[in-house]
Design a protein around this ligand. Sequence first.
Ligand code: ADP
Ligand code: MG
Length: 531
Amino acid sequence: MNEGDKRQGSDRPDGETGSIEEGERDDDLQAEDIDIAESIGTDADLGTTGGLGDGESPDVGLDDVVLDDDDSRGLFDDLLSGEPIFENKEVLRPSYTPHELPHRTEQINQMATILVSALRGETPSNILIYGKTGTGKTASAKFVSQELESTSKKYDVPCEVEYINCEVTDTQYRVLAQLANKFIEKNQQLVDRQLDRFRDLRSQATSDPDVLSNTEFASIAAVEDRIDELEADREEMETVPMTGWPTDRVYSTFFDAVDYHERVVVIMLDEIDKLVEKSGDDTLYNLSRMNSELDNSRISIMGISNDLKFTDFLDPRVKSSLGEEEIVFPPYDATQLRDILQHRADVAFKDGALTEDVIPLCAAFAAQEHGDARRALDLLRTAGELAERSQSDTVEEQHVRQAQDKIELDRVVEVVRTLPTQSKIVLFSIILLEKNGVHNINTGEVFNIYKRLCEEIDADVLTQRRVTDLISELDMLGIVNAVVVSKGRYGRTKEISLSVPIEETEAVLLSDSRLGNIENAQPFVQARFDN
Ligand code: ADP
Ligand code: MG
């Protein structure tokens, strides 16, 4: 309500005509000025303004209509009308798969060289792909899989690619069930096509037995047998429920579905490290030994990992099988990021919407962020949105800087929000100290406040040693900065300071129901001086 009121309040005075006062308009409209009412419509008859474009009332020219239109602007008109910035914003979203991937030719060729065996009916080696987030692994893998599938159609070789995002599908049951159901669906489609064909053939053969002469069938009865067989198969194809079956039943259903006919199957397991972290390596173990038992088909696994060290947790057999081929995606540097952004920006933005510095600055920021192309694209999109929101005709350097702050703050808020309670209490202690003007905070000071806060909210009190560890974790997350300083003969100590905006962080902490109970924290800080 407030939001709407505010908008109306600020928009209406902008209407230049000013001939009708806001208050009287709705009531007196028809009586006061028929022409305007008829030609532009009003808030009241918004639903019936189909004739708006006609504007053919004799005394109102088109210009008048356009001008007067300002007067009846609604909540979205301003935002919708001036669109000088974006041509196609979708292109900047993470869900968009680009057709061109500059600076990934080498990795894409490596993948293609390995996977081409699939098109020759051979089993490609398993592949492991490594690289930090935003280095183009998913985009490249999807690109290659599209090419592989389209080539397999072109040459009519049975080769299929199944993509699974293990961050979402993160247990053995779900991975196998999802794969099983995909193959079952494809098998059903295949059977349906064959059934159509054979039923057709049967009816043709009934009137003209000669049509069978150049088929594999000797008689109508043989066709009928085949149809019965397929119908029985069709009957048996039961999809796997999302929960409830024993895992070995899911596995054997998947196995049968894959082996239903001859083909090479490439299974892409994206974010494979998340699967292993969550549910161990059983899935990979089972998948990697399937080939020795399959009769008709062959599978090849392509694992994609953000974590370079994830194979350390694997069973050695799985590790050697999965890592037959390894491809590394190095981080992009600023120049490469510029190219990537430029390609996308050409499609995403209107001509001339970007000032010169925008792309280089986005690239430079993202290069600092371990060469993350996703971050670069987020920055560019957010900068565009901020420019749009401030009604600017162009995206400028300041918008990129604001976007950087916004994205960074969003990240901090998310990280802080999901911290375990104990870490939140430690962080809150540091904030209280800073707010009271304490500089060069040391671990002992944090611990004292921490202890009192724990007592206040009835939380377990950890040892100072553990609290020191939690501070190190906060340091690694970039939330605090802890440096070890030497105090000469008094030994060494940590000096801690906050590296995130204090107000916003405190607000996030207090939105936690347990910490929100702390009403007045001042006494805790005072107590510090008593120790
Ligand atoms: P990863 O899977 O390695 O985390 P993605 O493949 O999801 O990274 O890439 C992140 C974003 O950056 C996606 O929007 C992707 O389209 C884009 N991107 C990454 N590399 C390139 C590239 N070489 N050219 C164009 N866009 C790219
Ligand atoms: Mg990815």
